[in-house]
Write a protein of this length. Sequence first.
Length: 224
Amino acid sequence: MNIEKFEAAGKEATLYHSKEPGSPLIILNNYAGDGKSVMEAAEKLDRKDFNLLCIGNLNWDHDMTPWYCPPTSPQDTPCTGGADEYLKLLLGDILPECLKRVDGTPFHVSIAGYSLAGLFALYALYHTDVFERAASMSGSLWFPDFKEYVLSHEMKRKPEKLYLSLGDKEAKTRNRYLKTVQDNTERIAGHFRDTGIDVTFEMNPGNHFKDAALRSAKGVLAII
């Protein structure tokens, strides 16, 4: 596997090159690591050929969130709503640098993410027409007012495919924010289907933290 690391806009990027020119490019914003565990899981599941750009060194609670959200627990930190700022860096600096390095023109450029990055993946569709497909794995769709935002706004480009997933224990909590995640995700999935989008919604066993790499790989493969 040809792996290339580079830096753009102060972010660390790892590009896993496909074997075939023109293969899809999936952008994966990642909380930790360089995406190796996701690629390993994907190879065990399927042999689909694609480029994966994994972006790390993120200011997670800022870069991946659309607006301010107070701490969800006493041990947590607030989300500070820097998604628009980060999306500008992604489109203006990181993606162009990546496209210089891939072989051929990607069949499609798509976006994926886990947890808050899954929230960001969907939010980005309302602010750019660059991404043709998207995957939100265990996405933080509990985020205050996000469901209402989705229901009241139009995407810049209707994606060809959307993948949403969730753990079957994620909503089983007393936390007033997190307990809404399954209801919100199901409502959002239904809304997207009603608009004519090809949507896959999958429930996985376990809580939010179980099998993150495997769930991420399944989402990436689903939108190839």
